[in-house]
Unconditional design. Structure first.
Length: 83
């Protein structure tokens, strides 16, 4: 088997979206997700600018705005039926 890291990253980002939650209100709101996924994939998503650095004591990551939108798009593309 020859895994494609890009496809893995897309799937992990979409799964992060499915388990995400928002903290705070207004300009202080951030969208978080628990970081129970492959560390290599989380590091690549951080390098791509989609999530905060997963190497910290927090049990969750924070989406960047670009990452949140891309995760939502991928989640619909991978997991939803066409309407």
């Amino acid at each position: 088997m020859n895994p494609n890291p890009g496809k893995i990253d897309d799937a992990v980002l979409a799964l992060l979206h499915l388990t995400s939650f928002t903290e705070g209100k207004g300009e202080y709101a951030v969208t978080r997700a628990w970081k129970g996924h492959d560390w290599d994939a989380l590091n690549r998503l951080h390098e791509k600018g989609f999530i905060s650095d997963p190497k910290n004591k927090n049990k969750s990551i924070v989406f960047t705005e670009e990452g949140r939108q891309h995760a939502e798009d991928l989640s619909h593309q991978l997991f939803c039926d066409e309407m």
